[in-house]
Design a protein around this ligand. Structure first.
Ligand code: HEC
Ligand code: HEC
Length: 614
C-alpha cells in the first residue's frame, strides 16, 4: 500500500515536470502587441509569457515555456515571439501567439539573450552571452547560419531599421583591469560585410544593460554604470565610487557621442537598466533598477545642449562656459541634465523592463510581480499599479537576500547596490581600492560564488569569512548599517548560488583537450592540486605565488576557487590578464611547486582548456 502511494507520488512529481521556484513571476521583458492592445510579459521565474490586455487591465492568457527564458522579440508580422531560453545548450523558442503555445525551437548556444529580428522577419539574431558572440538563425530552416564575435558577455542588442547593422551591448569591459582605461564597449556589426567595430564607452563603464535605437534611427542609447574605480573607496558623496547614466552613439557613424549621468548631486540613480523612448523620440525613459524609479529625460533638449557645447578649451574660454566646458567633461557632470530630467518613484522594486505605448510607460517590477504604469502626459507624473501578474509573492529569505543585493535604497544617498560591483553576484571586471588592506593597492572585484563556503575572504584574506564581509560591505562601501536579518537573508541568497556549466563543455562533458588538461592539472609535475584542491578547488590558505605587483603591500594571497573561472576574466588579484593562457605563459603561475615553465604549447592549451571548463 505504502509502496503504491510512493509510486503514485513519484509519478505525479515527474509527470508535472520541474516546478518553477517558489511561484515567483519575475518579469524581465515587456513588449507591446502590434495593435497596442496587449502587453507580452516575459516572466522569467515562472517560465512563461503572460499576455496582459491593456483595456481590461488583466492577464488574459499565459503560455508556459519549457526552459528559463532570458529575453524575447516580436516578429514584424506580430504573430510570433522568439524567446532566448536556457543557459548551457540554450534554445530559441518559437511561440505562436495566436495559438498560445510553443510551436518549435532552434538549438542555440550558451544563454541566448538580447534577441532581434530582421525587418523582413526571415532572420533572428541572439546574443550568446557566454559563447561571446551573436548568432544568426534562419527562421524557415530553423538553423543557425553564422556567428559574429563580440567582446565580453554580449547581453543585449538592437538592429537598424534597414536591417544592415546590429549594435551589441557587451555587459563587461574586456581589458586588463590594472590598466589606465577599462571600459565596456558596444560592438557594431555590419551584417553585409560581416565586419565589426567596437565603440568604447568612457573609462569605468561597466554593467551595460539596456540598449535602444532612437525612433529616427539616428542614435543608439545604452545604460551603464560609470565607475570611478581610480579613487579609493573612502566616500560616496557626489558619485565618488559609482555614477549611473546612459551613453549616446551616433548610429550612422558608429561613433561615441557622449555619456550623460542620471544621478542628482546628492542622490544616486543606481543601476540603470531598461531604456526606451517616447514614439517621437523626444523623451528617453530609463528604469533605475537599484532605486526603483523611472527617469524621464527631455532628450531633445539634452541633444541640443550637447550639440551646442564648445568644441575645445579655447572656445570654452571664449564663451565663458564653466561646468561642462567641453564635451569631454559631460560624463563627470552631475548637473548636466538639471532641468531636463525627472525621477518618478515606482510602487514596487526592481524595474528591469519597460514598454512604451503612446504616452504611457509600463514597467515590470521584478520583485513584486506587478506592472506599474506612468502616464507621462499627466502633469503630476505618478506611478500607478496597473496589473498584478500573480498573487503577491511570498518572499523566502533567499529571495529577500536577492532583493537587498540589488537594492540601492539601502545605501547612503542611493549611489550603489552590492550589485553595482558584483552584478549577478559575480564581478564587474574592475579593480577597486578598498581600504581594508591599506590604500593604493586596487584589486579585482570578486565573484560571490562559494564566498559563503570558503574562507578567509578577500584576495589577501584580510576578513575571516564572507559572512563578515557582508556586514563590512554595508558599513564601509554602502555607508549604511542594516538590521541583522537582512545580512542573514543575503547570506541565504549567496549560499544558494550555483555555478553555471562552462561554455567549453562538449555535451556537458570535458572535451578531449580538457581531459588531457585535467591529467596535467592533477599530475605531480604541475602540482596544481597542492593548493587548488577539494570541492571548491581551494585549500583556503594563503600563499606567496610570486604574483605581487609593484603597488601591492603583501606577498600572500588566498588560493581562489577555479570554479566558473571561465566567466571571471580578467585574472589574478589585480586583473592583469584577460586571457587565461597568459596566467601561465606570461605569469608562469604554478611554478612554485610545478614545472609550468616547461609546458609545451599543446600542453598549455590543454591545461587552459581544462581550467576554462571548470
Ligand atoms: C565599489 C565596489 C564594490 C561594492 C559596491 C561592493 N563590493 Fe564586495 N568586493 C569588491 C571588491 C573589489 C572585492 C575584492 C577585494 C579584495 O579581495 O581585496 C569585494 C569582495 C567581496 C567579498 C569577498 C568575496 C570572497 O570570497 O573573498 C564579499 C563577500 C563581498 N565583496 C560582498 C559585498 C557586499 C555584501 C556588498 C554590498 C553591501 C558589496 N560587496 C559591495 C567591491 C565592491
Ligand atoms: C602554492 C599554491 C598554488 C599552486 C601550487 C597553484 N596555485 Fe593557482 N593560485 C594560487 C593563488 C594564491 C592564486 C591567487 C594569486 C593572485 O591572484 O595573485 C592563484 C590563482 C590562480 C588562477 C587565477 C584565478 C583567478 O580567479 O584569477 C588560476 C587560473 C590558477 N591559479 C590555476 C592554477 C594552476 C593551473 C596551477 C598549476 C599549474 C596552480 N594554479 C597552482 C595558489 C596556487
Amino acid at each position: 500500500m505504502t509502496r503504491t502511494l510512493v509510486l503514485v507520488f513519484l509519478f505525479l512529481l515527474f509527470a508535472a515536470g520541474p516546478v518553477p521556484a517558489d511561484g515567483y513571476k519575475g518579469p524581465v521583458e515587456l513588449i507591446p502587441s502590434s495593435d497596442s492592445q496587449s502587453l507580452y510579459v516575459l516572466n522569467r521565474d515562472a517560465r512563461e509569457i503572460a499576455i496582459v490586455s491593456i483595456g481590461e487591465q488583466k492577464v488574459t492568457r499565459t503560455i508556459a515555456l519549457p526552459l528559463v527564458p532570458n529575453s524575447m522579440v516580436l516578429a514584424p508580422d506580430g504573430k510570433t515571439l522568439y524567446v532566448g531560453a536556457g543557459d548551457y545548450q540554450g534554445k530559441i523558442l518559437i511561440v505562436d501567439v495566436g495559438a498560445g503555445k510553443v510551436s518549435g525551437e532552434i538549438p542555440s548556444g550558451h544563454t541566448p539573450c538580447g534577441l532581434v529580428v530582421s525587418p523582413d522577419g526571415k532572420t533572428v539574431y541572439a546574443c550568446l552571452r557566454f559563447d561571446t558572440c551573436v548568432a544568426q538563425y534562419d527562421v524557415s530552416t530553423r538553423k543557425e547560419q553564422r556567428r559574429f564575435s563580440a567582446l565580453h558577455e554580449p547581453i543585449n542588442s538592437v538592429i537598424t531599421k534597414d536591417g544592415t547593422k546590429i549594435y551589441v551591448a557587451n555587459f563587461l569591459p574586456h581589458d586588463p583591469s590594472d590598466g589606465a582605461d577599462v571600459a565596456a564597449e558596444i560592438t557594431a556589426i555590419d551584417l553585409t560585410s560581416g565586419k565589426s567595430k567596437n565603440i568604447r564607452l568612457p573609462n569605468g563603464s561597466s554593467s551595460m544593460h539596456g540598449i535602444f535605437l532612437s525612433p529616427d534611427g539616428k542614435y543608439v542609447y545604452t545604460t551603464a554604470i560609470l565607475a570611478r574605480y581610480q579613487l579609493p573607496t573612502s566616500q560616496l558623496e557626489r558619485g565618488w565610487m559609482n555614477t549611473n547614466g546612459f551613453s549616446i552613439i551616433d548610429a550612422a557613424k558608429s561613433e561615441f557621442v557622449n555619456t550623460v549621468l542620471l544621478d542628482d548631486v546628492d542622490l544616486g540613480a543606481a543601476n540603470p537598466w531598461p531604456i526606451a523612448s517616447s514614439p517621437d523620440g523626444k523623451r528617453v525613459y530609463v528604469g533605475l533598477a537599484g532605486t526603483h524609479e523611472l527617469c524621464i529625460v527631455e532628450m531633445d533638449k539634452a541633444l541640443e545642449k550637447l550639440a551646442s557645447l564648445p568644441k575645445d578649451e579655447a572656445q570654452a574660454k571664449a564663451t565663458g562656459a564653466n561646468v561642462s566646458k567641453t564635451a569631454e567633461n559631460v560624463p563627470q557632470d552631475l548637473a548636466f541634465l538639471v532641468g531636463m530630467k525627472k525621477r518618478v518613484r515606482l510602487n514596487g522594486k526592481g524595474p528591469r523592463s519597460l514598454a512604451v505605448v503612446g504616452t504611457k510607460v509600463y514597467i515590470g517590477m521584478y520583485f513584486d510581480d506587478t506592472i506599474v504604469v506612468v502616464d507621462t502626459k499627466s502633469r503630476r507624473t505618478k506611478a500607478k499599479e496597473f496589473v498584478a501578474l500573480g498573487p503577491k509573492p511570498v518572499m523566502t529569505p533567499e529571495r529577500l537576500g536577492e532583493l537587498h543585493w540589488h537594492d540601492a535604497t539601502l545605501c547612503f544617498q542611493y549611489w550603489q547596490s552590492c550589485a553595482s560591483c558584483h552584478p549577478d553576484a559575480r564581478t564587474d571586471a574592475l579593480n577597486w581600492d578598498l581600504l581594508n588592506d591599506g590604500i593604493g593597492n586596487p584589486k579585482n572585484a570578486k565573484s560571490m560564488l562559494f564566498s559563503m563556503k570558503t574562507h578567509p575572504a578577500m584576495w589577501h584574506g584580510v576578513r575571516e569569512t564572507g559572512q563578515y564581509v557582508i556586514r563590512t560591505g554595508f558599513k564601509f562601501i554602502l555607508f549604511a548599517v542594516r538590521p541583522e536579518n537582512e545580512y542573514k537573508e543575503i547570506e541565504a541568497y549567496l549560499s544558494a548560488m550555483k555555478p553555471l556549466p562552462s561554455p567549453r563543455l562538449v555535451n556537458g562533458k570535458l572535451s578531449e583537450s580538457a581531459q588531457r588538461g585535467k591529467k596535467l592539472f592533477e599530475s605531480e609535475r604541475l602540482a596544481c592540486t597542492k593548493c587548488h584542491m577539494g570541492e571548491y578547488l581551494t585549500d583556503m590558505k594563503m600563499h606567496d605565488v610570486g604574483s605581487r605587483a609593484s603597488y601591492d603591500q603583501m606577498d600572500n594571497f588566498v588560493t581562489p576557487t577555479l570554479r566558473e573561472v571561465w566567466r571571471t576574466s580578467p585574472y589574478m588579484h589585480d586583473g592583469r590578464y584577460i586571457n587565461m593562457k597568459d596566467v601561465f605563459k606570461e605569469g608562469c603561475h604554478g611554478d612554485v611547486f610545478g614545472d609550468v615553465a616547461n609546458l609545451n604549447d599543446k600542453e598549455l592549451d590543454d591545461l587552459v582548456e581544462y581550467i576554462l571548463s571548470l
